[in-house]
Design a protein around this ligand. Structure first.
Ligand SMILES: NC(=O)c1ccc[n+]([C@@H]2O[C@H](COP(=O)([O-])OP(=O)(O)OC[C@H]3O[C@@H](n4cnc5c(N)ncnc54)[C@H](OP(=O)(O)O)[C@@H]3O)[C@@H](O)[C@H]2O)c1
Length: 310
């Protein structure tokens, strides 16, 4: 019995070391890649002529639109506010010279996909960035204190990813080429109280993306889920940037370095480190009443002092 127990603990130890080693290798890969240049334009262009970006009118989606156009792709911008899309299209065409198509669509509706399909018809789509998403409340709050945006969150954060993927993946499959970037969130990496609905919707994106990558990897298609933490955008009321909180432009530039790192990345080294540190917190502490109270008070105060739009 004593010998068996001894062997058991040795194997548990070996297993823990192996898991830690895998994490270290992944982390080292990110450090190396963070010093590397963004994927060469030829790599991104080799996926196809057009990149489609949802939620392209502002924040991270807008930054992807500019960055991918700079890499020589033509871009399809899909978002809600026509004026913002027109302004971005004009600026991209004027300053970068890529072709731009705009599609005004409201992702809180579920009858928009036939219209989007028609508009995308005939384009060789190499890249899809499933970026559109809504956060019901930037400030931590209990489920019933959040604005009632259940359907909007489900349509925008979940349905859009599945339906847009369905629209482009078939063509990518027949060309044996394509890149799909699904923007989830760092708070999808584990259950996140006080952001329950948003965190769960983003966990869906993460699981869907990772499972789909297994199905389509052999077919030459890269499907990657990004799990960033703070990025200063309208969603985060333009919170001040810091080592942790990135500007949308910096985040997007850095995230494009990690396309080949695997099926999942935080998108930047700072967030990769933060995710590593958070994963060390045992769940009894993470979900303790004390920490929830800190989130409701100190984190709310921090946000209030650091956001630019009140
Ligand atoms: N910012 C962060 O800290 C952070 C962190 C982790 C993950 N993310 C994720 O990253 C993605 C982009 O976030 P963001 O911060 O850039 O968001 P954002 O600043 O709110 O911008 C979102 C864009 O999506 C558009 N949009 C919103 N609702 C829409 C709808 N119903 N139909 C069509 N378009 C709609 C907005 O359109 P309008 O221009 O008309 O407003 C805007 O252009 C989201 O999926 C978010 O969950 C963000």
């Amino acid at each position: 019995m004593g010998e068996a127990l001894h062997q058991f603990f040795i194997w548990v130890g070996v297993l823990v070391c192996l898991v830690f080693l895998v994490k270290c290798v992944r982390f080292c890969k990110c450090i190396v890649l963070s010093f590397r240049k963004v994927q060469p334009s030829s790599f991104l262009q080799s996926m196809g002529q057009w990149a489609v970006i949802t939620g392209a009118g502002d924040g991270i989606g807008k930054a992807y639109s500019f960055e991918l156009a700079k890499h020589g792709l033509n871009v399809v911008l899909i978002s809600r506010t026509l004026g913002k899309l027109q302004a971005i299209a004009t600026e991209i065409e004027r300053t970068i010279g890529s072709r731009v198509k705009i599609i005004q669509a409201d992702f809180t509706k579920d009858d928009i996909y036939e219209y989007i399909k028609e508009k995308l018809n005939g384009l060789q789509i190499g890249i899809l960035v499933n970026n559109v998403g809504v956060l019901p409340n930037l400030f931590p709050s209990h489920f019933f204190s959040e604005p009632d945006e259940i359907q909007n969150v489900i349509h925008c954060n979940i349905t859009s990813v599945v339906k847009m993927t369905q629209l482009v993946l078939k063509h990518m499959e027949s060309r044996q080429k394509g890149l799909i970037l699904n923007i989830s969130s760092g708070i999808a990496l584990c259950p996140w109280p006080l952001y329950s609905l948003y965190s769960a919707s983003k966990a869906f994106v993460r699981m869907f993306s990772k499972a789909l990558q297994v199905e389509y990897k052999e077919k030459g298609i890269i499907i990657q889920v990004l799990t960033p933490y703070g990025v200063s955008t309208p969603m985060t009321k333009h919170v001040n940037t810091s080592i942790i909180t990135k500007s949308a432009e910096d985040f997007v530039k850095e995230s494009l370095k990690y396309i080949t790192v695997g099926d999942e990345t935080c998108g930047c080294l700072a967030h990769e480190i933060l995710a590593g540190l958070l994963s060390l917190i045992p769940s009894w502490a993470l979900y303790s009443r004390g920490l929830q109270r800190v989130l409701l008070t100190s984190y709310t105060n921090y946000l209030e002092q650091n956001i630019k739009v009140k």
